[in-house]
Write a protein that binds this ligand. Structure first.
Ligand SMILES: O=C(CO)[C@H](O)[C@H](O)COP(=O)(O)O
Length: 230
């Protein structure tokens, strides 16, 4: 199964609860929150109070992408606010292994997020400490950018490394995940899609958009499974 997670930074913040309701009715699998500190990335977004405000309205997992300079300082804060999965950037000021361990100690799924230019070798000694890798397919900080073409090879390389390591890590892709890029990233091994302006948040009828996207992703998944089993 390939999971769809709307990137809530792309939603209308004046109607966030309604957006969450509509997206859930449309069949999305999790909600993705981009947390930006104005330092690791040149933008500001949401914080733990926003998670708390939305937590009671859905049982779907909250996926927290910490685009912050010192993520280790905020893991507990977001766990208490309702996070289920937390990814931290390998490029931030962090003891990566310790931070991943800390996330898992809180019974959450731990993710490593990588900027487009960061080599996959940063995963070399933490394969056993992570549950997913969030590959940024645009430079982090802003929605509405173009997919960086060299990221196709990076997804394929990561998929191969995961197989070589016998690991069960999921590949999440984030940035310009659209009807055009989805078949390609899924074919290369992506199992978690972060969906923003390119595929979901370009209409007010979010339920219909989510249902259409869910049907499309499921169809792609079934086609891929058939080809792999043929
Ligand atoms: O992480 C992000 C930006 O840093 C957003 O989640 C993502 O870019 C949003 O999707 P789209 O590119 O389709 O607008």
């Amino acid at each position: 199964m390939t999971l769809i997670g709307p990137s809530l930074m792309c939603a209308d913040w004046g109607k966030l609860k309604d957006s969450v309701d509509m997206l859930e009715r449309g069949g999305v699998n999790y909600f993705h929150f981009d947390i930006m500190d104005g330092s690791f990335v040149p933008n500001f977004t949401m914080g733990p109070d926003l998670l708390k405000a939305l937590r009671s309205y859905t049982n779907k997992p909250f996926d927290i992408h910490l685009m912050v300079q010192e993520p280790e300082r905020y893991i507990e804060m977001f766990a208490e606010a309702g996070a289920d999965w937390i990814s931290i950037h390998a490029e931030s000021k962090v003891h990566l292994q310790r931070a991943l361990h800390k996330i898992r100690e809180l019974n959450l799924r731990a993710g490593v997020a990588l900027n487009p230019s960061t080599p996959l070798s940063v995963m070399d000694y933490v394969w056993d400490d992570a549950d997913y890798v969030c590959l940024m397919t645009v430079n982090p900080g802003f929605a509405g950018q173009s997919f960086i073409p060299s990221m196709y090879k990076k997804i394929a390389d990561l998929d191969q490394l995961i197989a070589e390591n016998g690991s069960r890590i999921d590949i999440q892709v984030d940035g310009n995940i659209s009807y055009e890029t989805i078949p390609k990233v899924m074919k290369l091994g992506a199992t978690m899609l972060v969906c923003g302006t390119s595929s979901l948040f370009n209409s007010n009828d979010l339920e219909q958009k989510a249902a259409q996207l869910t049907a499309y992703v499921n169809e792609q998944y079934n086609q891929l499974s058939q080809r792999r089993n043929a």
